[in-house]
Each structure stands twice: as structure tokens, then as C-alpha cells.
Design a protein around this ligand. Sequence first.
Ligand SMILES: O=P(O)(O)OC[C@H]1O[C@@H](O)[C@H](O)[C@@H](O)[C@@H]1O
Length: 310
Amino acid sequence: MGHSTAIWGYRAANDFTEDCNGNLQVVLRNPQGASARVSVHGGQVMSWKNEQREELLFTSSKAIFRPPKAGAGGIAIGFPQFGNCGSLEQQGFVRNKVWAIDENPPPLPPRDSNGKSFVDLILKPSAEGLKYWPHSFEYRLRVALASDGSLSFISRIRNVNGKPFSFLFAYHAYFLVSDISEVRIEGLETLDYLDNLSQRERSTEQGDALTFESEVDRIYLGCPNAIAVIDHGKKRTFVIRNEGLPDVVVWNPWEKKSKAMADLGDEEYKQMLCVAGAVVEHPITLKPGEEWTGILELTVVPSSFSSDYL
Ligand SMILES: O=P(O)(O)OC[C@H]1O[C@@H](O)[C@H](O)[C@@H](O)[C@@H]1O
């Protein structure tokens, strides 16, 4: 579509495009050549590339980025529900809504703007939406790309009137990996987790890094602020930093579930790993006028450097 303008407070490096469904996308770029494509529909990141223009996020070849399905891939927000535990659509409704550009967001600390390419989005409930989740909220999202190529999300959710409300939350990121059997996660050792594959039974992780040999669908509790997804095949590490997000969801559907999923190719589970900084065990409750902030920052480094980041 080709608007290229800074009128909304974007840095001039950004531009706009449309996806095949006509949805507005904002492209963030840094001077080194890294980029991220943010869809205004769903407030989702569809693509994130490093300086070498290699894609870092998985997108299923069968993904359908149209309501009611947000599509298997990219990074999507789950709010106010996690998974299918509740009366709302899977992972809540915000990933299926058309957000607006937030032209005048309340200020954030300079570190969230300086030297970054970013876009601010806002979502408020519609009259129709209030029938399903009757709480007045303002959800402000900043997605920012830094000069080192790291990608951050800042979510600010405010209760704008009425009564207290509670919610769960997840930044559902599909990382693109060389081969799931070549991947390990560090930082979750010895933590308790709830196992979605056995009625959320509580177990404790062993002392070793987490590796993958079958379906995994777990919610790790009380996690450290930084964890690492180490991909031996690609010799790169995703460092995931969370603020305000005590839980981490780890999911790979493996072979059988992939075959049953309409929006995932049969073999595609090998190239993806979902890791989500989340709030699942203890819901957040906001009183009238209160605001919650949850931050995710993703950085990719060569695997040999990763221990410096943890
Ligand atoms: O709705 P989506 O994005 O396909 O989510 C899929 C998966 O997301 C994970 O977070 C859940 O733990 C899984 O149980 C679920 O199947």
C-alpha cells in the first residue's frame, strides 16, 4: 500500500503493507537490516528477521490468519483467557480483533523508545465484545525492534471503569527451529509445572535442560526472568526475557497431534517450538483505574554467547 510517513509517531524507518487478506501491517526495520512485521489485525507479529534477513519465527504452511482462528505461527497474544480453559475462544479474543494505531500513547520510559523502531497499538472493547466479556479495558501494546535486532512487546492493560476484573495472559511465540530434537531449553530446570497432557497435574522438572522426544504441553511456574531456547542445528539461541510474567508455557504438538490439526502440516512440528511468557497459575486482578504491565523481550545470539545473557 506504501504509506511511508512518521505522522503517527513512528520512526521514519517504518513502512506499511497489506497482507493477502487486506489487513494493515506495519514493518519495523533497524539500520542493520533486521525487521519485524506487525499485523494490526490481532496485534500479532507475523515475521521477525535478523540482520541476515533469515526468518526467526515459524509460520505454518496451512496457517489461516482469519477469525476465528489466529493461525499457527508468529507471535500472538492470549488475553483474557489461556488456552481453552474458559468460555471464550481459544487464547481469548484479542488476537482476532482489529486493533487501532495508538496515536498518543501515555509515555513509556526512554529505554523503550530510544534507538528503537516501534509501533503503538490500542484495543478497547466493542459493544458486541462487552456481551462476551463485560469489562471495560484499554489494552495498549508497543512492539519495538532495537538496534541489536531484539524484539520487545510491552502490554499495558487498564481497568477503565466499573468493577474489578481478572485475566490470564500469554505471549504465544512460535520459534522457527532447525529440528525439534536438536533443541533444548535452559532456565526451567527443577521448576514445578502443570502438565496440560494430564489434567494439569503438578510435577517437578528434573535438573537437566528440557529436551523434546514427544508431545510437550506444560506451564512452568515461578520462572526466572530469562530463559534460553538453544538450537544446536542453527547454532543460535533465543533469549527470552519476561517481566510481570511468572509462568512459561512450552508446547510442541509432536506427530500425532500435528496430523489432527487443520492448520499445521503433518511434519511441521519438527520446525517449531512454542514458548510463551505467561500468567496462568494466579490470575491478575485489576481494580478500577489500575494498570498491569507485562513485557517480553526476545534476543537472538550465536549459541556460543548464550550463557552471557542468562
Ligand atoms: O490456539 P493456538 O495458538 O493454536 O494454541 C495451541 C496450543 O497453545 C498452547 O499454549 C497450549 O498449551 C496448547 O494446549 C494449545 O494446543
